[in-house]
Structures are given as C-alpha cells and as structure tokens.
Design a protein around this ligand. Structure first.
Ligand SMILES: Nc1ncnc2c1ncn2[C@@H]1O[C@H](COP(=O)(O)OP(=O)(O)OP(=O)(O)O)[C@@H](O)[C@H]1O
Length: 166
C-alpha cells in the first residue's frame, strides 16, 4: 500500500486494496488511518524465531519504545481470501477476555504495511510446559503432576469452558 508514495494510501488494484461495501468501488485509505489505531510492527525488532503453530510463526522481539522483550506472532494469512480467518479472531477475542496470571497475556495487535500483516504481541514466556516436557531428563513425579493439575488456570479454564457451553 505504501509503495505508491508518501501521501497515497490503499488502492484496490494492488493486492490488499479495499472496495467499498456501499458503492462497490475502490476506496483509498487516508494515510493517517493507514494503520488504524494499531501500532506499526516496525516498532518491534525481531530477535529470533521461537516456534511455529497452526496459525502462525512466533518470534522473540524487542519493543523499541519500551525495550520490553515480547513474543510477536505473525498470523498466517497467505491462504486467506476473505480477510482474517475466524480462528485468528477467536484467538484474539479469547486471549483478550483472559485475565489470569497463568495465561499468557495478549498485550496488543500490531500491523504491517499490507492488509495481510497482522501480529499479536504477547508477553514472552521463557519456558512452556510442552518444551519442558520435551527437554526434561526424567519424567515428572506423581506429586509434580498433581501440582500441575491443580494449578488455578486449569480450574479457571474448566469454568470458562462450562460457561461457554451454557
Ligand atoms: N508467548 C510466548 N512466549 C514464548 N514462546 C511462545 C509464545 N507463544 C508461542 N510461543 C512458541 O511458539 C510456538 C508456536 O506457538 P503457537 O501459539 O503459534 O502454536 P501452538 O499453540 O504451540 O500450536 P497450535 O497452534 O498448532 O496448536 C510454541 O510452541 C512456543 O514454542
């Protein structure tokens, strides 16, 4: 979108351009609204790639404004023809609704130059249970398994699931 020069914005003829729902005609996004209210991903310095899931690639990154180390997850959008996949929206809504010390916090959503560039900025976790399980020398003892199972998050998630079902 920004390839067109300093003062121009989106063009429907380019990949990622917009068409008005009302008129069906191409619309231009004013430059000041180009990134909406989201910050630009360029404000984050990618440090290294930490993993990849079904819905995106995750990087360790530094917020250049605050120097904070965060996890930056690029949503997978290559195959999407109709905008952001519903699974991505669900992930954002779910993480936004979770406010628990044992659940990774979604700090904000940031965007790149194209409409397909959407990134989740999350608190960075040095270790997760899956990598711990992969790398540990000996299996957890029974007492440790019990301790993990009674972590408040699991109760909380079970309640959340039940509430969702109701
Ligand atoms: N907040 C985070 N801090 C540190 N590393 C993370 C963070 N989030 C994800 N990762 C790393 O990135 C990998 C991919 O994470 P992601 O959430 O995209 O997928 P997943 O939940 O592991 O798998 P799937 O989405 O396929 O079920 C994780 O396995 C983990 O190694």
């Amino acid at each position: 979108m920004c390839e067109q020069g300093e003062n121009s914005a989106a063009s429907s003829s380019k990949k990622g351009g917009l068409v008005s729902f009302l008129t069906g005609k191409p619309i231009e996004i004013p430059k000041k609204h180009l990134f909406g209210i989201c910050r630009f991903v360029g404000e984050f310095e990618k440090l290294n790639r930490v993993g990849e899931g079904t819905y995106g690639v995750v990087y360790r990154a530094r917020d250049t404004k605050t120097n904070e180390i965060v996890a930056l997850k690029k949503m997978r959008m290559e195959k999407e023809k109709d905008g952001m996949p519903i699974s991505g929206l669900r992930e954002i809504m779910l993480l936004q609704s979770c406010n628990h010390p044992n659940i990774v916090c979604l700090k904000e959503v940031v965007v790149g130059r194209s409409l397909e560039s959407i990134f989740l900025v999350m608190e960075y976790c040095e270790q997760d249970l899956a990598s711990l399980l992969d790398n540990m020398q000996t299996p957890f003892m029974e007492a440790q398994v019990k301790c993990i199972m009674i972590q408040p998050t699991l109760d909380w998630l079970a309640n959340w699931d039940i509430q969702c079902l109701q």
